[in-house]
Design a protein around this ligand. Structure first.
Ligand code: TXA
Ligand code: MG
Length: 333
C-alpha cells in the first residue's frame, strides 16, 4: 500500500516515518505542513531540500500543547503565555526566545523559535503519539501557493517524497485555508509578522497589551513581497466595477477562456471568464483562495482578476495580504 496516497490517515505509520527520519504531509486547520522531527537535523535538512527552501529561512515548530513552551523557549513573556492559553490549539504562531531543544537547523541560526499548536484532530493525534516537536513549513515548493488538501501536497511534492519512507496524511480540506498569524513576542508588545485568522484586536484582548505598530526587527521570510504566487498574472481590483474593467471586453465566442475571476458571490460572472471563487464571506474567501489559484494554473489561465476584500476583519486583511503577494510574485504588480 502506498504511504503517500492513502485515504484513511494512518497516524501510527506517520509516527514510524518520523522516527526513521522520514517526512509527513500533515493536515492542519490553516494549510498542510511538511513535518519532520524537529530534533533530527538530517530529517529537517530534507524538508528544505524537498521544498527547495533557502536554509536560512526558519521553520515553525508544531507542539502538542502550551506546556511545550518550556524546553522549546526561554524567557517567555507573560503576554505570550496568555496568548498560548487563549488561542492554542489554533492559527496563531508565537515567535519567542529559543530554548535548548530548538537547534540552529530549525531557527535558521536566529536566537528565536516560532511555535504553534495546530487545531486539527489528525495533527493533534500525530503530535500526541510522536511526543516531540514537528518542524513543518507549508507543504509547497518555495514561493508557491500553500496546499489546503492532501492531493495538493502530492501535486507539489509527490516527485520528491519517497513511498515507504515518507507519509502523507489525508485530513480533508483545511478549514481556515490561509497560514497562521505570526506574532513576534520577543519584546514588551507583540508585533504582527504575518496576518492570519487571529487579528490584532483578538491579540490585544487576550494578551492584555497593545499590539506594537513598529516594524519588527525580526526576519520572517514568508513576508517576502513575492510569495504565494500562481503561474497566472494576478491583477487586483478594489471593487467589482474595477474587476470588470480589468477583465475588459468579452473574448470571441468559442475561444478558450484566458481569464479567471475571484469576486464576492453577488457579482455575476461575465461571459468568457472562468469563475474561480464566489465567496459570500471573508471566511469563505480565505477557505477557497489557494484552491482557486491552483485551479487557475490547472486551467492554464493567463490572467486572474481578484476583488480585494475590504473592511479590515482579520481574514479580510489576511486574504488581501496574500493576494498582494500573489500579484507581486506573478508580475501582476
Ligand atoms: O499555518 C501555518 O503557519 C503553516 C502550518 C503548516 O502550520 N505553516 C507555515 O509555515 O506557513 P511556513 O514555513 O510556510 O511559514 C512560516 C513562517 C516563515 O515566514 C518563516 O520565516 C517564519 O514563519 N518564521 C519561522 N521561524 C521564525 C522565527 N524564529 N522568527 C521569525 N519568523 C519565523
Ligand atoms: Mg509557506
Amino acid at each position: 500500500m502506498s504511504t503517500l496516497a492513502s485515504a484513511t490517515p494512518d497516524v501510527e505509520a506517520a509516527v514510524a516515518a518520523l522516527r526513521r527520519g522520514g517526512l509527513v504531509g500533515m493536515p492542519t486547520e490553516t494549510v498542510y505542513g511538511l513535518a519532520a522531527d524537529a530534533e533530527n537535523p538530517a530529517a529537517v535538512a530534507r524538508v528544505y531540500a524537498v521544498k527547495g527552501r533557502p536554509a536560512d529561512h526558519p521553520l515553525i515548530v508544531h507542539v502538542a500543547g502550551a506546556e511545550a513552551l518550556d524546553g522549546w523557549a526561554v524567557d517567555v513573556p507573560d503576554h505570550a503565555r496568555r496568548l498560548a492559553a487563549e488561542f492554542w490549539p489554533g492559527p496563531l504562531t508565537l515567535v519567542v526566545p529559543r530554548g535548548p531543544r530548538a537547534g540552529d537547523h530549525v531557527t535558521g541560526g536566529q536566537p528565536t523559535v516560532a511555535l504553534r499548536v495546530p487545531d486539527h484532530p489528525v495533527a493533534l493525534s500525530l503530535l500526541g503519539a510522536f511526543g516531540g516537536g514537528l518542524a513543518a513549513p507549508s507543504a509547497n515548493r518555495f514561493g508557491r501557493v500553500s496546499p489546503t488538501d492532501a492531493a495538493h501536497v502530492l501535486e507539489e511534492l509527490g516527485d520528491a517524497l519517497v513511498d515507504g519512507l515518507d507519509v502523507v496524511l489525508d485530513g480533508g480540506s483545511s478549514q481556515v485555508g490561509l497560514e497562521s498569524t505570526i506574532l513576534d513576542c520577543t519584546g514588551a508588545a507583540p508585533v504582527v509578522l504575518r496576518p492570519g485568522a487571529v487579528g490584532p484586536a483578538d491579540v490585544e484582548r487576550a494578551a492584555g497589551v497593545a499590539v506594537g505598530t513598529h516594524r519588527s526587527e525580526i526576519r520572517a521570510p514568508g513576508t517576502l513581497p513575492a510569495h504565494y504566487a500562481p503561474n497566472a498574472r494576478v491583477l487586483l481590483a478594489d471593487d467589482e466595477q474595477q474587476a470588470l474593467d480589468l477583465l475588459g471586453p468579452a473574448p470571441a465566442a468559442g475561444s478558450v477562456p484566458a481569464a479567471g475571476l475571484l469576486a464576492p458571490a453577488e457579482l455575476a460572472t461575465p461571459p468568457g471568464v472562468v469563475r474561480l471563487s464566489a465567496p459570500d464571506s471573508d471566511g469563505a474567501y480565505a477557505h477557497g483562495l489557494y484552491r482557486a489559484l491552483r485551479e487557475a494554473d490547472a486551467l492554464g489561465l493567463r490572467t486572474v482578476v481578484a476583488v480585494v476584500p475590504q473592511g479590515g476583519a482579520p481574514l479580510a486583511t489576511a486574504v488581501a495580504d496574500r493576494l498582494r503577494r500573489a500579484a507581486v510574485g506573478s508580475g501582476g504588480g
